[in-house]
Design a protein around this ligand. Structure first.
Ligand code: 9D3
Length: 225
């Protein structure tokens, strides 16, 4: 899969994708990430990408023209396999199911919002989807874009190495992961549950399911409702 990231801070993504699963997948050719400086598509000396909102109000909005020009340059003959996503605090909630749906496309172009928002014509006439990563306020769409890339990338065939480790995990079956421990079996007097130290794998399976249910009920009752 190819990811295109359009932003006024192209350097932002130097860090997040240099490590871990995404970096290894890019190295192996399972995915490619290209960042673009939105100011490439400005025509004035100041490289202006923002302007004041009609009707008044706080702050500035991202202008249409550079964003439309960027998308039309990157996808000059957009196909059904190419998806344009606008990150915004007003978007549809990004979930594991949305990540899974996005794996079906060949190319994702993610527009990172900044300032107080983006001229609504981008959401209405350019983006295929408008996504928020959750109900909290960020200072822009770059972190959201990095999160979307990370969660989609690790689902791609050939990225995780273990082909079903991406299937059997939290959220996919509506439960949190069960609590886990590693050595030592006793750390400062805090002991690992006895069942996990034995070799009875049927017992361990039962114990883990129960522990996952209890932890989900305690920390994420919304997942059980
Ligand atoms: C006056 C209200 N504004 C500030 C509280 C609204 C607002 C404008 C711009 C809130 C956030 C932003 C910038 N956020 C994003 O671009 C963003 C975002 C987010 O804030 N939360 C969750 N997901 C996303 S995706 C992009």
């Amino acid at each position: 899969m190819k990811f295109h990231l359009v932003t006024i801070f192209p350097d932002f993504f130097d860090g997040p994708f240099r490590h871990g699963v995404v970096a290894r997948a890019a190295q192996a050719g399972a995915l490619a990430i290209q960042t673009y400086d939105l100011r490439t598509w400005t025509h004035d000396i100041h490289k202006t990408v923002d302007d004041r909102p009609f009707g008044g109000g706080e702050g500035m909005l991202m202008k249409c023209a550079p964003i439309f020009d960027a998308v039309e340059t990157i996808f000059p003959a957009k196909t059904a396999q190419q998806r344009v996503i606008l990150t915004s605090a007003q978007g549809r909630k990004f979930t594991q199911q949305v990540a899974r749906d996005l794996t079906q496309y060949d190319e994702l172009l993610i527009l990172c919002g900044r300032y107080e928002g983006v001229d609504e014509r981008v959401a209405e006439h350019l983006a295929d989807d408008e996504l928020s990563i959750g109900d909290y306020v960020l200072s822009g769409g770059e972190l959201a874009a990095a999160i979307i890339v990370d969660s989609v990338a690790r689902l791609l065939p050939g990225v995780l190495g273990n082909s079903d480790s991406a299937l059997n995990e939290s959220f996919e079956d509506g439960l949190l992961d069960c609590p886990q421990w590693t050595r030592p079996a006793d750390f400062r007097g805090w002991k690992v549950p006895e069942t996990l130290l034995g070799g009875n794998h049927a017992e361990i399976r039962k114990w883990r399911l129960q522990a996952a249910r209890e932890k989900t009920a305690r920390l994420r009752p919304d997942l059980l409702a």
